[in-house]
Design a protein around this ligand. Sequence first.
Ligand SMILES: [Fe+2]
Length: 307
Amino acid sequence: MMDLRSIELALPGAEQAHRWMIDVWGCADAGRIGETWYLRGSGSHPYLMALADHADRFVRSTTFVCSPDRLEQVAQAAAAHGLAAAPCTASDPGGGSGIVVELAEGEILRFLTGAQTVAPIAGHARASRRVMPVKLTHVVFNAADAEASGTLAEQVLGFTVSDRTRGMVFVRCNTSHHSTAFARSGFSSLNHVAFEMDDLDAVMRGIGNMRDHGFATAWGPGRHGPGDNVYAYYIAPFGPVIEYSTAVEKVPDDYRAGAPDDWTWPERRIDQWGISDKDLNALRVAEETFRFRREWASAPVPLSSGV
Ligand SMILES: [Fe+2]
């Protein structure tokens, strides 16, 4: 078992960012521990986003929950590839323990077992007219060498490349078409964080709710090619690109990975619907805001026992 759970960010004004994510974006409050504020969705993960107050903006980690055997595989492969890694015990809501690994371009991924879940928040979007994300559906990174990053994710994490386009290498860790992707950007940073909504109606209600608060999309609504998911991208006032998404394709184990030539668009099109423009310049600035920072020293990870 392997599932994307949460992202942990550091930034100035974490408390205000937390308030905005609740009042405007639609997340629920998952509490505060020290100077870190947590946000959850309607699903069973104890939190989806951690916002730690800090003088600088950076990504502390992206967290996956997994089974002990998958954790063991990642730990062994990380050691075999000589990647920086360390055992960790989570002090975030839900707890759990496991390892944290730094990939080749500085991306910091945390893998936990034994993390607790919470009772989902009931009430379907269409009935309640609620705007509330369910969970994270993907976290995408910019990469200097997206192809090498995808290969490393396969070799070390046991993930699988689902599709390659001219812009991205999409990577899955379960039946969801992608839980992460590496954008062919020429630099390394957080590209965006996508929140799963109940359905298309919930995405559209989210867009309306954002408009009520004075926020226009930076790109969307639209429907992507690879993954077939609906999207609406925004630039959050505290910096990162965030997305309402829904209906990402479920793929079988033998899904044939597409190549860039399999994913082309007619002239002037970059998605299936063709109803929105992309604010490339604003998105580029936002995508460069959150780099990665390793706050821990590499340490031996005990193998075959204890992890
Ligand atoms: Fe996305």
